[in-house]
Write a protein that binds this ligand. Structure first.
Ligand SMILES: [Mg+2]
Length: 324
């Protein structure tokens, strides 16, 4: 075990943006509502709202964008949008990290960056549309076809790198469709949850979402979410008085494990700066797997910052190592 980290026995997962790709769906749905009032959702606001209770988010948005609504009225509009899209939530696929890297890398070749407002437009589009959007929005001096060629070449190279890194290449014949399927199956979140469960490490969920929203989001992943000992849904849990960055949610999550571990025995996984602060205030170590645009200052309180859950080494915290 690394000397930098202390041994833990229990693990607490955040959900939105960590296990599921829902932070992006939320951004999309907030933008849809704001668009009706001719407003644009910006990145700084997005980061500041990550991990917060639903009503706190609504209040901040109404105030910040001067909407002619009460927070309750805004909440209704937001929830209607959320319900339309949240059942699409998927485990954060590693491919998404790869696609984002590629879009950024090609933009960099031409001295361009990819602003948040543009990035939102790539969500859920086809490959062809991604190429068109990138060329148009970033004003790249190449054709859509040339962009497509670069994109496919880089995707292929990066996926092969991933498979070699995780020693999965030798078990499979050299066949692209096999590789692509495999990439989805080794999505970091599901792999880690199953690994900890099989090794009898108690795991639970601590999310700021309301219980009904959680039901919607995990609809397609019930089997994996059933591996959790319990879940704390802060927006509807009467015991959680204050949302992240207050420590309440993690302290309550720990206290509901049957053997009631001390906070120091729990390791938290988070993606948002608010969540990291909450974990620190609860005296827990926290592994942060943030959106890559989160600055190093915004992640400085995290015990460890990773690009992907696939990069996590359980033995660093005294947990059973992966064997594959
Ligand atoms: Mg989160």
């Amino acid at each position: 075990m690394s000397e930098k980290f202390k041994k833990v026995t229990h693990v607490i997962f955040d959900m939105d943006g960590l296990l599921l790709d829902t932070e992006k769906l939320y951004s999309q749905s907030i933008q849809t509502v704001l668009h009706r009032f001719n407003k644009t959702y910006d990145w700084e606001m997005n980061v500041s709202l990550m991990g917060m209770h639903h009503m706190d988010v609504c209040t901040r948005i109404v105030e910040n964008y001067n909407l002619p609504l009460t927070p309750e009225e805004y909440s209704k509009l937001q929830r209607a949008e959320n319900e339309k899209i949240l059942s699409k939530a998927e485990f954060k696929p590693d491919t998404e990290v790869i696609y984002e890297e590629i879009i950024r890398q090609i933009a960099q070749e031409y001295g361009k960056t990819v602003p948040f407002e543009v990035r939102i437009k790539f969500l859920g589009t086809t490959n062809r549309r991604t190429y068109e959007l990138a060329v148009d929005e970033l004003k790249l001096p190449i054709s859509v076809e040339e962009y497509g060629k670069k994109f496919v070449k880089l995707t292929f190279e990066k996926m092969v790198d991933r498979l070699v890194k995780f020693k999965l290449l030798n078990n499979y014949s050299v066949n692209l469709s096999c590789w692509l399927t495999l990439i989805f199956h080794i999505a970091g979140a599901e792999r880690l949850m199953r690994h900890l469960h099989v090794n009898n490490v108690p795991i639970c969920l601590a999310t700021s979402s309301a219980e009904d929203m959680v039901q919607l989001k995990i609809a397609n992943h019930r089997e994996v979410f059933n591996l959790l000992s319990h879940r704390v849904c802060a927006s509807t849990d009467p015991e959680v008085k204050e949302g992240k960055p207050a420590p309440d949610i993690f302290l309550i999550a720990a206290s509901r494990f049957p053997d009631k571990p001390e906070p120091q025995q729990c390791l938290v996984f988070e993606d948002s700066p608010n969540g990291v602060i909450a974990a620190c205030r609860a005296c827990m170590q926290v592994v942060m797997v943030p959106d890559e645009r989160i600055s190093t200052e915004q992640s400085c309180l995290a015990t460890l910052r990773l690009k992907s859950l696939l990069d996590f080494k359980p033995e660093m915290f005294g947990l059973p190592p992966f064997t594959n």
